[in-house]
Design a protein. Sequence first.
Length: 69
Amino acid sequence: MEAELIRIFSRFDTDGSGYIEEAEFHKILDSLGYDESNEVRSLEFAAIDDDEDGKVRFREFADWWLDNR
């Protein structure tokens, strides 16, 4: 399961930085058919960013992904 999560995370970490930035997160939501405003998407991003550093790291992403699947 973790290998699959790493693969998914890497697919959306398009710049290879090791974290997902907000613009990349919006692309994730687009791919999932999430049809909400940018404001709502930003709030969702902030809710996932547990350490409030403006970046979604793998563990934050994995927790969110598993909660929403």
